[in-house]
Design a protein around this ligand. Sequence first.
Ligand SMILES: [Zn+2]
Ligand SMILES: [Zn+2]
Length: 342
Amino acid sequence: MKAVCLEKVGAPLAERELADPVPAHNDVVVRTTAAGICHSDAHYRAGASSVGALPLALGHEVAGVVEQVGSNVPANRVGTRVALHYLVGCGDCEMCRSGREAFCEHVEMLGKNRNGGYAQRVVVPAGNAIPVPDSVDDAVAAIMMCSTSTALHALRRAGFRPGESVAVFGCGGLGMSAILLATALGAGPIFAVDISSAKLDRAASLGAHPVNPNEHDAANAIRAATGRRGVDISLDFVGRPVTVDACIRATGVQGRAAMVALMDVPAPIYTYRDLIAREISVIGVSDHLKQDAEDALSLAADGLLHLSDMITRRVPLSAPAINQVLDGLESGTTDVRVVIEP
Ligand SMILES: [Zn+2]
Ligand SMILES: [Zn+2]
């Protein structure tokens, strides 16, 4: 089968002929119909995050049709439309059995630690193949497997309840997904914090109140706009000490500040002023679980999430086309999401 692979870190992806995948007893082989090109893929190509053995077909945002099943999988799954949850756990440990596969010691990520969707076919355990509702198109289902699911997990970890106010720090893919989801789930006022006026305009077009930290202290602006209360939930998708601080200061009494962005330096937290005085919880969010991916698809099927406008371009499974999209993600692009349609 044709695949577009990372063969050497730091070099452009290359087209390769890979052996057609064969399903083990509990697996399904899926014919790829849509694979999102994610900013993380540019990081993998550049060597900014570690990946598994090379050559590797990238692509962790995948939808397709089940083409073959292993001996333990019901034959009637052949032909079903599915989207793939990208975290493949061992299926057997305490974390996997309790639906917390992201914390499995042997977890592998599709398109990072094992071959993913930049290929004509992908093999995964049957449990990772989530049925796609009829009303959701393949490209939309594919891109929901990443930032939408993680943003939903973040809102859940933060204990979001309808009517609560939310501040989103960083309005890239994850932040915009969080705004869309918070709106769909019935949030009160939503504040969008970013230094990019283009991103703030997009957030405002979705109904969020834009806050530019280059113009005023974001936390003070949010507190002023909420009658000094602060928000119930703030989400950090930036990952800098200054945004962690603003995120916590913007959070009101018994609010929750959820940390989603990766950061490799410590952030100062004033335990008395911020945590104790207002009983704020600071919460860590790591990726998402299969349940989040399933529930995100249900929200889309119920007409509560409209993501098709986010797909601004579709490209074939070709190395030059994919490398060009990854170059664009590195240098800044006007495209929102690009999807490969093999
Ligand atoms: Zn992604
Ligand atoms: Zn496990």
